[in-house]
Every structure is written in C-alpha cells, then in structure tokens.
Ligand binder design. Sequence first.
Ligand code: UDP
Length: 330
Amino acid sequence: MKIIVVGGAGYIGSHAVKQLIENGDEVIVIDSLETGHRESVPQNIPFYQVDIRNKEALKAVFEKETVDGVIHFAANSLVGESMTNPLKYYNNNVTGTETLLEVLIETGVKNIVFSSTAATYGEVTEMPILESTPTSPTNTYGETKLAIEKMLKWTHKAHDLNYVCLRYFNVAGADASGTIGEAHTTETHLIPLILQVPLGQRPHITVFGTDYPTKDGTCIRDYIHITDLVNAHILALQYLMNGGESNIFNLGSNTGYSVLEMIEAARAVTGHPIPMEIGERRAGDPALLIASSEKAKKVLGWTPQYTDIKYIIASAWKWHQSHPNGYKGE
Ligand code: UDP
C-alpha cells in the first residue's frame, strides 16, 4: 500500500509510520510539527511540514503523491485545553479535517482511516461501551471528533470517499524498540505522569479522586497498547481497500484497571515505591470507561496482543528511561 499519514510525527502517528514501513508499505508523512516531533519519523521517507488548514500546500502534496489511502491523526487532543480554548479545537480539528476532505475529494483519494476517541461517548452507565451506545461528549475535544465523524458520514454519502472511524480508549505504551514513544510538552496522561516519579521528575503521583463508585474508589479505564492500536489502523485501511463499507469501531482491550491498580503495576515494573497523594476529582472524568471491541475483532479480524498491563507499562518505561526528556537532545 502507498499511504499518506497525516499527523505522522505525533505519538500515535509515529508508531503507525514505523509499523507500516516494517510491513513494507510506502509511507509519506504530513505533519505541521505544532505538537509532533520530526525526530520520531525516519529521515529517509518523504516528509512534508504542512498544516492541514493550509489547503494550497496540502493539495500540492496530494497532487504529487498518488496514494491508496490516508490515515488521519492530525489534531489537538488535550481535553483540559479544549475546555478553555474550544475554538482552537474547532479550528484545527474540524476546519482542518474539512480542508483535508476537500483535498481528498479533489485529488481522487478514496479511503480514509480517522483517529476518533471514546470521548465521543461522554458519561456512560452501561459497560462495556458498544459502537451503538449513544454519543454525548462531555468536552470540546470529544465534540470536535464526533463532528468530524458526522462530517465523514455525510461526505461519504455525497462523494466517493470511504471511511473508518476508530474510537480509541486509553492508548498507552511504546514500540518494543524503545526508540519512539509518548513525548508531550504538556503531559496529562496517567502512565507517563506515574513514570515521572521513578525518573525523579516529580515527587509523587496525585490520584484524582478516591470517591468514585468503583471497587477501590478510583477511576477505571481500558488501556490499549499502541502497537495493537496501530495494527487496527492498518487492518482498517486494508478493509476499505478490499471494498469494506464505511464503519466505526471501538478499540480497547475490554478490561478495566483502576488508577490504584495502575500505580501498583508501575511499582512492580519499575521497582520504585512511587509515592502517591490523594487529590480532588478532575472535572469531566467519568468513573468507568471500558470498551467492547468485539466488532473490530469480528469485522477487521483484529486481535490485540499486548493486553497485559505490566507489559504496557514496561514498554512505556523502556522509552521514558532512555528518553527522559522526550526527543529533546536527539
Ligand atoms: N489520573 C490521575 N492522576 C493523574 C492523571 C490521571 O489520577 O495525574 C487519572 C484520571 O483521573 C483518569 C485516569 O487517570 O481517571 C486516566 O487519565 P488519562 O488522562 O491518562 O486518560 P483519560 O481517561 O482522561 O483519557
């Protein structure tokens, strides 16, 4: 396959690029480098530093490169920031994707795999979450991703453009090589924050609330390893190229871990006591999020392999230990 990965220099995008190259696919990367890292993409593949809102520059790339499909990761993805600066999210995520879709239609690209999120569901009481579970986002980030899903649905009806939306649960871990991983300027995710303690970068981890209606009072999430996640994207693109109908799939591991269980697992992996403090609830955090990924397994033939939480944390630990400051200094 010849594929353009949009947002290919981010955490998830860079793992997809690596996997595609290893599979023997031809890969072209577009990334604005607003939050991505040039160092996370091999130097020997075509790389275009283009913002998806810049239609002229974007179109020039698609006119030059004829591809079988696109995997689209480019977005702002901080839930907290999306609440204080919602229009930034509408502009980059929604307007940017609208521009991208115009270019795809004008240049005859027929297949797109889109990076969506479990944040499209919002507060859900019945677990596990199915693709048919009603969507009602509780933050702007999830709302913009849902708006894009709907934009894809209507665009598909009007044009020869097929899509798969993948709703991620909690993506975590790093490639087994330890050469690429999560490196956000503003880190908000649980596993990297926990690992900053044994790295000596923070004194303790704060648990956001212990009064949730869960077994130990802390939030439960469904963690999915990055390698399993990117494999689902590749299967989704193959599915579209084989004539599969446009579709939406959840990607999770169908298993939930509490914040306390995650800290305990990280202690076991790192051998560090990882002190913790109990803090307030974080606004907008649902108590429980667990996916049913049966549909992706059945329709795409996807089988997650790295479901052991200690493996997930150990792979992240390998990356963070060897790159305590992310890509800085590379
Ligand atoms: N969390 C926590 N302390 C932190 C960061 C996160 O207790 O310093 C909790 C958070 O409340 C949530 C879970 O860890 O229940 C996962 O949070 P993360 O931001 O990694 O992912 P989210 O589920 O928000 O997408």
